[in-house]
Design a protein around this ligand. Structure first.
Ligand code: APR
Length: 172
């Protein structure tokens, strides 16, 4: 753990944290990947609440309850689709993290878990996403004591290594 950031390999739906972040799409009505896993684990009440939210723009975030998840809250954010890197993808990915943490603070959540947003179906290169995600979270944590711990929950070993490598550089 470095400056309140830790990296683990696992399933985000199992995390015992105050809030987990979902890598959603603008409809907020579910999908595959981590979005599908979160909806399956939380149950249909999550979808019902999502229907009331009117969707979500890329780089923004919306809050729901966690229902059957161990986490009390789900923060739904919409990552950018990778188009080669010169269409504002980096800034949008950073905004996802900042907006999600701002919602967490507003909800009183002190521990937050993120998946590797945009690195699955949306095609963002993992090492670059790791630099942006860890950088944005680290900058946010430097400005507040309201969040105690942020955990990046990586599904596979390559993603875990990429995020862990970036977090280790924070100590240097
Ligand atoms: N826990 C943690 N990480 C997971 C899990 C899980 N249970 N399941 C998948 N992942 C990982 C993927 O391996 C990938 O590293 O989450 C990361 C993000 O991948 P996606 O879920 O494909 O998300 P993203 O690339 O942001 O694409 C979003 O996918 O399902 C749709 O509705 C979603 O349309 C949206 C799109």
């Amino acid at each position: 753990m470095s400056g309140g950031i830790e990296v683990v390999q696992g399933d985000i739906t199992r995390q015992r944290v105050d809030a987990i972040v979902n890598a959603a799409n603008p409809s907020l009505l579910g999908g595959g990947g981590v979005d599908g896993a979160i909806h399956r684990a939380a149950g249909l009440e999550l979808l019902a609440e999502c229907r009331t939210l009117g969707g979500c723009a890329v780089g923004e975030a919306k809050l729901t309850r966690g229902y059957r998840l161990p986490a009390r809250w789900v923060i739904h954010t919409v990552g950018p689709i990778w188009h080669g890197g010169d269409r504002g993808e980096d800034a949008a990915l950073a905004r996802c993290h900042t907006a999600s943490l701002a919602l967490a603070v507003g909800a009183g959540a002190r521990t937050v878990a993120f998946p590797a947003i945009s690195t699955g179906v949306y095609g963002f290169p993992v090492p670059r996403a790791a630099r942006i995600a860890v950088g944005a979270v680290n900058a946010f944590l430097a400005r507040t004591d309201a969040i105690y711990r942020v955990t990046f929950v990586c599904h596979g070993p390559d993603t875990f290594r990429a995020f862990d490598d970036v977090v280790l550089t924070l100590d240097e």
